[in-house]
Design a protein around this ligand. Structure first.
Ligand code: TXA
Ligand code: MG
Length: 323
């Protein structure tokens, strides 16, 4: 049963399992989510147990619409309205004042709750099928690269999860951008699928996550995105030297731009997400390549420009390289 194609039967089963307090992996436009009924504390606890997630790291609640989001908050600030109208359904998560009935298990005891309306048709169908808000972190064991396919999730959780819905590769490949709208100015808590540039075009003035206002998303301080292999960032100019020395070693992998690869880098241990300026392609391929090269001893990665989605890609890469 584990990994199933999306059809009316498997969607119905997903709805039934979620209502019964079980875990279901489903696709979203960013990455795959490990879902549970957000209003059922025991179900939410299963997420933390399955992931080995630190208890201080709150979850994002997924709902089908702005109306459904409003039921989970104690107030709906004007900023929330602006962002929600502009970006929902889509890869933006808003941190809002929580309503009392949202379980502590979801918010890690915070007064706020993170909410997003996913755009992926399968995520929307799952929400309709279960009729409850779904708490869903990325469907990876804590610390591992996020999953962009159902198979990635299945390899982390096996039979700990009742059902994996296979909706093909995630469209974006990096997680949602997290924005706090708790104060007078919005605060960017996690870089993600919607770039800083796009957000700042809409609202020019932003607060800082510097201890005077809201803290960065708790999750951003934990170990993240790391394959078993050691990840090392290597500037493009040095890559040719590394390739000459290590290109023949099957335990070393390379993730490089098309431009760098054109100098003669090819083979099964070379991943080429796209050209240097194609941040979308890098976002789409990054986690899958880190997983593909999981068992190598080392993965050498060329940094890309931090414009647009490139900022989120580089933030993930630096975290992967830290551990
Ligand atoms: O794209 C995504 O956001 C994916 C898909 C499945 O929706 N989900 C995801 O969840 O990335 P997760 O758990 O891997 O990351 C959620 C992030 C964490 O950094 C967490 O600390 C932050 O959101 N977060 C959740 N609730 C928060 C809150 N009340 N205040 C501040 N940050 C919060
Ligand atoms: Mg995650």
């Amino acid at each position: 049963m584990p990994v199933q194609a999306v059809d009316p039967e498997s969607l119905k089963e997903a709805g039934r399992l979620l209502k019964a307090g079980q875990l279901v992996v489903f696709p979203t436009e960013t990455v795959y989510g490990l879902g549970a009924n957000a209003l059922d504390p025991a179900a939410v606890q299963r997420i933390f147990d399955a992931k080995g997630r630190p208890a201080d790291n709150p979850l994002i609640v997924h709902v089908a619409s702005i109306e459904a989001a409003k039921k989970l908050v104690s107030s709906w600030p004007p900023l929330a309205d602006r962002f929600a109208r502009a970006f929902w359904p889509g890869p933006l998560t808003l941190v809002l004042p929580r309503a009392p009935h949202v379980p502590d298990a979801v918010t890690a005891g915070l007064d706020s709750v993170a909410i997003r309306v996913p755009a992926h048709p399968v995520a929307q169908a799952v929400l309709r099928a279960c009729g409850v808000p779904i708490a869903a972190p990325s469907a990876n064991t804590s610390g591992r690269p996020s999953p962009t396919t159902a198979q990635h999730a299945e390899s982390d959780f096996g039979d700990k999860v009742s059902l994996y819905l296979d909706g093909g590769p995630a469209t974006v490949g990096v997680e949602s951008t997290v924005v706090s709208v708790l104060g007078p100015d919005p605060v960017l808590l996690r870089l993600g699928a919607i770039s800083r540039e796009i957000l700042e075009k809409m609202v020019p003035k932003w607060g800082k996550a510097d201890g005077t206002g809201p803290a960065l998303s708790p999750g951003t301080k934990h170990r993240h995105y790391a394959p078993q292999a050691k990840v090392r960032l290597v500037p493009a100019a040095q890559m040719a030297t590394e390739w000459r020395q290590k290109g023949g070693d099957p335990k070393i992998a390379f993730i490089v731009s098309a431009e760098t690869a054109a100098a003669g880098m090819a083979g099964r241990n070379v991943g080429i997400p796209g050209t240097r300026s194609d941040a979308e392609a890098w976002a789409h391929e990054l986690f899958a390549l880190l997983r593909k090269f999981d068992r190598k001893t080392e993965i050498l990665v060329e940094p890309i420009s931090e414009k647009g989605l490139g900022a989120a890609v580089m933030e993930r890469l630096r975290k992967a390289a830290q551990s």
